[in-house]
Write a protein that binds this ligand. Structure first.
Ligand SMILES: Nc1ncnc2c1ncn2[C@@H]1O[C@H](COP(=O)(O)OP(=O)(O)OP(=O)(O)O)[C@@H](O)[C@H]1O
Length: 251
């Protein structure tokens, strides 16, 4: 396999369990997943199925009982710091200005001030934050806060971004705008993202591929490819795909 064809992220035969009330709770019994460069893969599943745990394993925050996490072909199992990770809630620090919130991961890496400025200022416009950098988070709308959190994640690591329910907490109109903005941003920047969500529309509107995670131990029961033509979103085929995913989750 040449370097160009190595997947950005591979989860290989992941097994994991928890012990609860002296009982072993098998969570994963051989999960496999590949995320190719410049693609967005969404994992959709019911609450408690194991999405966050799988994300923590992919991020290296949690070591699986067995199996391997490969990033760019290298074994990164249980090794944190190789991905950008954005949690569901934007988690901006309320007492810090937007700029300082965005700069935080770079400050923690002891990046020189001039380098931080050079990383942030040219990108503010891309994230629609050019007039807001000196504001505090409470002065921003939900969508603006989420874009600030995304820019922070992007600057911490944009090789591979893991996004937990990136926009589902927003109101319908803001969410719809954010889907269009993110889709365009991801495609123009060739970002590679793994997303977890409960929201079928979020999965279809953001992802190239969708996996349904189900059962206990959980496994991927269905895999859907999302057509990428612009007219797809207004088509009957969109509704059919949504229905098929819903059936897959509820079956
Ligand atoms: N540290 C832990 N010890 C014991 N059980 C745990 C632990 N962490 C998670 N679990 C259990 O593992 C299962 C999966 O949890 P996880 O948070 O990964 O699910 P999820 O799909 O992300 O849920 P949600 O969508 O509600 O956030 C749940 O049943 C949870 O109670």
């Amino acid at each position: 396999m040449s370097a160009d064809t190595v997947a950005k992220l591979q989860l290989i035969d992941i097994h994991h369990d928890f012990v609860s009330k002296n009982q072993r709770l098998p969570l994963f019994d051989g999960i496999n997943l590949t995320v190719d460069t410049a693609k967005v893969v969404a994992i959709i599943g019911a609450s408690g199925v194991g999405k966050t745990t799988l994300f923590n394993i992919a991020a290296g925050i949690l070591s699986p009982k067995s199996g391997q996490v490969r990033i760019n072909g290298a074994d990164c199992t249980g090794v944190a710091g190789n991905v950008g990770y954005m949690l569901q809630k934007d988690l901006l620090l309320p007492f810090k200005r937007v700029y300082d919130n965005i700069a935080l991961p770079l400050v923690l890496k002891n990046t020189p001030k001039a380098q931080i400025e050079a990383a942030i200022y040219p990108r503010l416009a891309l994230f629609g934050l050019e007039k807001l950098a000196m504001n505090y988070p409470h002065q921003l709308s939900g969508g603006q806060r989420q874009r600030a959190a995304l820019l922070r994640t992007y600057l911490s690591n944009n090789e591979l971004m893991l996004l937990d329910e990136p926009f589902s907490a927003l109101d319908f109109v803001t969410k719809t705008e954010m889907y269009a903005w993110f889709h365009n941003f991801q495609k123009t920047q060739n970002l590679t993202c793994l997303i977890i969500t409960h929201d079928i529309d979020e999965a279809i509107l953001l992802a190239d591929e969708i996996y349904v995670l189900k059962g206990m131990p959980a496994k991927f029961t269905h895999h859907f490819l999302v057509p990428q033509q612009a007219e797809f979103q207004q088509s009957v085929a969109y509704l059919s795909l949504k229905q098929a995913i819903l059936s897959a989750i509820c079956q």
